[in-house]
Design a protein around this ligand. Sequence first.
Ligand code: DGJ
Length: 478
Amino acid sequence: MLNYLGDKKDERMKMRNRYRKSTALRCDAGSRCLISVVIGSLMGCILLLNLYSAIRPADEIGQHIHLRTSHHLHFPELEEVEEENIQIPPPRKRSPRATKRRPKKTTTLIDEFLDEDSQIRHKFFPDQKTSIDPMITGNDSMFYYPGRVWLDTEGNPIQAHGGGVLFDERSETYYWYGEYKDGPTYHAHKKGAARVDIIGVGCYSSKDLWTWKNEGIVLTAEETDETHDLHKSNVLERPKVIYNSRTRKYVMWMHIDDVNYTKASVGVAISDYPTGPFDYLYSKRPHGCDSRDMTIFKDDDGTAYLIYSSEDNSELHVGSLSEDYLDVTNVARRILIGQHREAPALFKHQGTYYMVTSGCTGWAPNEALTHAAESIMGPWETMGNPCMGGNKMFRLATFFSQSTFVLPVPSYPNLFIFMADRWNPADLRDSRYLWLPLMVGGLVDEPLDYNFGFPLWSRVSIYWHRKWRLPQGWNSLK
Ligand code: DGJ
């Protein structure tokens, strides 16, 4: 139980000592001397580098910024980072009596976003008439329009919220799984969050990541047994599926909760086929801890991990799964302690682990942050807001969305698709999808805590686009 996260006091001490400890290497006198020389020269280089960057002329800095942003120019489709300038409409006329009773509050763009009657609602939730219909091939074929209604091959809006994508190597097909929320939105209690009864997990298949065929509800809600985790009155969120090549099973993990979010558990389901049906196995509190927003990640060596918000969303836990992916092991770590993050979306780039998270504000959007680590078990370091383009309010609200998954684009090692949900708490079934290009490259904006100003990690950038498509031929190069 060496790595088990139960003993928090011990862990806290370890966290405090981590960086102190790392300098006290245990070795003999000779190697200690060699290490001192290496560290000494490294520090010297870093000092010189820092000194150089402090005194170099301004135009060189301009050039440097150009270099930092130029990496996306390899993809002509992504060259243009569009500016979206949404104006807050002037306040509606109110009677002097109403003003006296309730003085006017200043409105933010987030207030407008959450206001069902906002005059600029169409900006956030474009009309059905602007739907993306993959069956109509024309000039707009293969273009993503973040925020617009996205239809499946039968002409129905895709229902795969809080979802993730699995690339099934056996069938060379992408499968998109997510919350099927095509039911009425209501509040179970006056102060409870908006909700839709559990219907199940939707699954869609695609060869081109743009045309999606509805494969049906692959894990269905329980209609009658009120004690069942999947009873429609409960909560099923953020389902993710990975394939286990040892057992040849598709394994689904999801957030399972009761209507008040007090059960705070993970659920596990299994299937022989990517299109289900999935058999629901059980739920539990992983490592004995509360678990709300979560994701799973399958590493290159086949080891899979569960990452979940815990301790009332104040921190995340990361722990490995058993070989059959059906349970957690006792190897787990507490990460991003006290940072209050949720909606984790994890990916790997050239041996480094990256994660995008959101803050904890219910269905309302907030600022995304990127974190990076050399080992998935940490330490994880927070790098800042990855959002680029749009206007400042857009960037501070993750373009009015919340992270759910990051999908690598084959043949383009620096290019990923950032998948996010633009939740519509007034009508959750009409929540929209934001797929945006995410790129890794260039230097991070801010000096990091533990690297002496030396950039260990690259910047993660998510670029706002009103319309974009993947580089042509991305799929044929796989
Ligand atoms: C934020 C989470 O990220 C969502 O998955 C959902 O649980 C909402 N909170 C509910 O308010």
